[in-house]
Design a protein around this ligand. Structure first.
Ligand code: 5GP
Ligand code: ZN
Length: 114
């Protein structure tokens, strides 16, 4: 999608250091981190949010889970624990309309969220 920031990042139009990349997915640090470790796992395909996932897209979910496990280990937050967040729609606080999984760790996180 031409004006989508995450399509531009995934497509290499905005130079970004990837923590992980393969044919279908990329992971990179959030530009405005909310915890000592805060990265995003993002499908290369423009999927607006969780509600828009089709039967084919759903096959990405186990791969996303695997990348999260791999990167939380590599970045040293697996043992202490972390949080995975998928903000969805207006009440969910979604600001970028391209599906992404936040992974936050490296400090004690409050619950419930604001
Ligand atoms: P949302 O609010 O949609 O759940 O999350 C969007 C996230 O994308 C925010 O945490 C925001 O800081 C991050 N973000 C927005 N634009 C960019 C960007 O250009 N580069 C990176 N690395 N992160 C971005
Ligand atoms: Zn997009």
């Amino acid at each position: 999608m031409a004006e989508c920031v995450f399509c531009k990042i995934a497509g290499g139009e905005i130079p970004t250091e990837f923590l992980y990349q393969d044919e279908h997915l990329v992971a990179f640090k959030d530009i405005n981190p909310q915890a000592p470790v805060h990265f995003l796992v993002v499908p290369k395909k423009h999927i607006p949010n969780l509600l828009a996932i089709n039967d084919d897209d759903v096959k990405l979910l186990p791969a996303i889970q695997k990348i999260i496990v791999q990167l939380t280990g590599e970045l040293g937050i697996a043992e202490g624990g972390f949080r995975v967040v998928v903000n969805t729609g207006n009440h969910g606080g979604q600001t970028v309309p391209h599906l992404h999984f936040h992974v936050l760790g490296g400090r004690l996180l409050d619950w419930p969220p604001g």
